[in-house]
Design a protein around this ligand. Structure first.
Ligand SMILES: [Zn+2]
Length: 235
């Protein structure tokens, strides 16, 4: 288990082997309600205002026991205490955010598609609009997730990034005679900085080249997932 924001009044982290993230999530549910996001590689962030089916409106949400399933979102924010926000990861990048001034927690899932669509920026803008967060107060953590060491992409993907974000050139590394590598964590950090976030920590862990610690879709088509979670309120 990798703990996140240990000095803040939250329970947040990322599961590692041998834990199965979905099994770990079912265990969380025995103590507190859990928000599950459907993860569609988009940039939509749900605001969780309550734990009934309408608590994530305008997003469609269903209650399944004490799971609140929120559809068509890749991130969520809440200022509710003792509610877990969760995302599952097989190499995609988790982004945690917490504003200790407004007491707002956020979590997002950023694969390359969501990163390109700017999910990291959406997360911060949603904390501003829903809770009045000042980006300078927000603490953010990026990763563990696939690193530039392992994230080989097609030229079309690299071009899509540099077309949309000219500064992303810095996060695309050319490998002569081979396909480029993309630094997804770096792009997400820059997207946070562009929103005014200054307190950003980037995990050095790569889920693809650390097989003892992580499951990886890219490395071995693992179906098991890691779980990223955050709950306002210590246990
Ligand atoms: Zn790697």
């Amino acid at each position: 288990m990798i703990r996140v924001f240990e000095d803040l009044p939250v329970d947040a982290g990322f599961t590692c082997k041998p834990l199965d993230g979905k099994v770990y999530r079912a265990g969380l549910l025995e103590r507190f309600p859990v928000v599950r996001l459907s993860l569609v590689h988009g940039n939509a962030i749900a605001v969780i205002r309550g734990l009934d089916g309408s608590g994530a409106a305008p997003f469609r949400a269903d209650l399944d026991e004490d799971f609140l399933d929120v559809y068509d979102a890749d991130g969520a924010v809440t200022d509710l205490t003792d509610v877990y926000l969760t995302t599952t990861h097989g190499d995609c990048i988790p982004i945690w955010a917490y504003d200790p001034v407004k007491g707002a927690a956020g979590l997002a899932h950023a694969g390359w598609r969501g990163t390109l669509k700017g999910v990291a920026g959406s997360l911060i803008r949603t904390m501003r609009s829903a809770y009045g967060s000042d980006p300078e107060d927000i603490r953010a953590v990026i990763g563990p997730g696939i690193g530039a060491c392992c994230f080989e992409v097609g030229f079309d993907v690299a071009d899509a990034f540099t077309d949309k974000y000219p500064w992303a050139e810095e996060y695309v590394s050319a490998h002569p005679g081979a396909r480029p590598h993309l630094d997804l964590k770096g792009v997400n950090a820059e997207l946070l900085r562009l929103e005014g976030v200054t307190q950003i920590e980037i995990s050095a862990h790569c889920t693809c080249c650390e097989p003892d610690m992580f499951w990886s879709h890219r490395r071995s088509a693992d179906k098991t997932r890691m779980l990223a979670f955050i709950k306002k309120g210590k246990e």
